[in-house]
Design a protein around this ligand. Structure first.
Ligand code: DC
Length: 228
């Protein structure tokens, strides 16, 4: 099989990873893999079973009951399947995001998801976003980006995004949740969020989407020799 190209975009919540990755994937004709959605699906499953994200015994007991599926529709949109059920929309809440952050700290959960993420990258050219893509999942990715922005800016963007979807969102609460997730995601023992040594850091504070896309596109072109 021809060797595939992979682009890893890591960074904290709300840095704009998914917006940028989706745009570039569309322009390049690559698959966009949102790995946060996979962790959210795991969190959603255990939430339905009434098992707290920190309850490792409960997770061990029921993890075999979960069958995860990842599918792409004709528009290239990623869909998450939980035991055959499409939960793509159900997992997009702040509550599930917070639970995903906690549940993703368990090695048993991370191990379960590792092969799934790597197998998509083996089969397709991908832009994969997450927390540990450049460091753990695809350490040999062709391009690695570490996307950041100040917590305040990320909270502003996330609040607007949630409100646009008709969800109740208060800036101060969102900021607090973002800070908490930053702490959890960077302090866990297994595959914490951190910049890979060979990643290019892009701080998007004060930049609009177009400017960020242009900056990342330039890095991708320089590192792959491919015009986007
Ligand atoms: O990208 P997101 O906000 O949808 O991710 C939800 C949580 O999942 C995030 O707070 C930490 C976890 N996660 C992870 O540990 N590793 C990844 N590669 C992606 C997400």
């Amino acid at each position: 099989m021809e060797k595939k190209i992979s682009i890893a975009i890591d960074g904290p919540s709300g840095a704009g990873k998914s917006t940028i990755a989706r745009r570039l994937a569309g322009e390049l004709g690559y698959y966009y893999v949102d790995t946060g959605a996979i962790y959210r699906t795991v969190a959603y499953f255990f939430d339905l079973w009434g098992i707290a994200p920190k309850d490792l015994d409960g997770i061990r007991r029921y993890i075999d009951e979960l069958t995860l599926g990842i599918e792409y529709d004709d528009q290239g949109v990623q869909h998450m399947l939980m035991n055959g059920m499409d939960v793509t929309e159900d997992i997009r809440t702040q509550d599930i995001a917070q639970k995903a952050s906690l549940i993703s700290a368990h090695a048993i959960v991370r191990d379960l998801l590792l092969d799934m993420q790597r197998s998509v990258a083996r089969k397709h050219n991908v832009i994969m976003d997450g927390r540990d893509i450049g460091t753990v999942v695809l350490p040999k990715a062709n391009v690695k980006i570490f996307l950041t922005a100040s917590p305040e800016e990320r909270a502003r963007r996330r609040t607007a995004e949630l409100q646009a979807k008709g969800q109740k969102a208060v800036y101060e609460t969102v900021l607090q949740e973002i800070r908490q997730r930053d702490y959890q995601d960077t302090h866990r023992a297994v595959a914490p969020l951190k910049k890979a040594g060979d990643a290019v850091e892009v701080d998007t504070t004060g930049m609009d989407v177009e400017a960020v896309v242009a900056a990342i596109r330039k890095i991708v072109e320089e590192q792959t020799g491919k015009c986007v």
